[in-house]
Design a protein around this ligand. Sequence first.
Ligand SMILES: CC(C)(COP(=O)(O)OP(=O)(O)OC[C@H]1O[C@@H](n2cnc3c(N)ncnc32)[C@H](O)[C@@H]1OP(=O)(O)O)[C@@H](O)C(=O)NCCC(=O)NCCS
Length: 235
Amino acid sequence: MKVREFQKKDPDQAYAIWKHGMSVDLTEQRIDWIFNLFHVRLILLALPLVVLYCGYGTTPVGFLYAIVPSGLLIAFLRYMVHYTLNGYVATRTDMLNIQKHHGKRFLVAENEDGEIIGTVAYSEKTKISTFKGERIGKKTWEMFSMSVKKEARRLGVANKMLAELEKRARGAKIQNIVFTATTPQVPAVIFYRKCGYDFEFEDFPALDRGFIGAIIADCFFKFCKMNIIKFHKEI
Ligand SMILES: CC(C)(COP(=O)(O)OP(=O)(O)OC[C@H]1O[C@@H](n2cnc3c(N)ncnc32)[C@H](O)[C@@H]1OP(=O)(O)O)[C@@H](O)C(=O)NCCC(=O)NCCS
């Protein structure tokens, strides 16, 4: 397997891997995250008991009443996962023309059969300017769009792509690499920490869904203990 710069023949394979990582994986990771939270499980178990305590659900048919509130909560939380993620892939119009927007700053991992199995990109213009209250110098790259094909995971592909990106950064006299992930992206968070990245938590920015939509999304993120994680490494 080798890591190389994006080529004109790569768009379809690279886009498919990136899209899977940013939509399917992210959705599954957020759902897993939420339903593994202790307080969410507790509420889902307690709600039927509350209904029973209130005198409903004492007959076999009435028992259905007891599970309705938990069912509604599950449906609402799942809906909110889609609501808060909806549109992210669509907003990334840069990915429709990788060559034009990223060029050699877009790296791919290619296996022995010439198949693309991973993507990662970096930008010399960073949106992140501080870390743990300190300003980060201008010699910084921001990494994004790290994704590995599902069938090729846990084989060291991401490791190799990040190592290549860091090597290029050192070659360009870059001093810092920064990027963000979110708390439900557990495999990625474990991986970045293992690679020596320091991190800090941040709240999700307000969602662009109108006043009420933004408030509901904010409450959802807080209830589900979801945060942005900002990563930084001095190289
Ligand atoms: C996160 C991701 C890029 C990792 O890619 P990968 O090629 O499987 O990672 P590697 O094989 O290089 O793993 C390196 C180390 O990271 C950690 N790691 C990776 N995946 C892990 C998992 N599912 N669970 C626990 N640790 C994991 C391990 O420590 C691993 O080393 P090990 O296999 O020797 O134990 C991949 O899972 C992915 O594409 N996820 C979906 C998209 C995504 O979340 N991208 C991150 C955007 S911020």
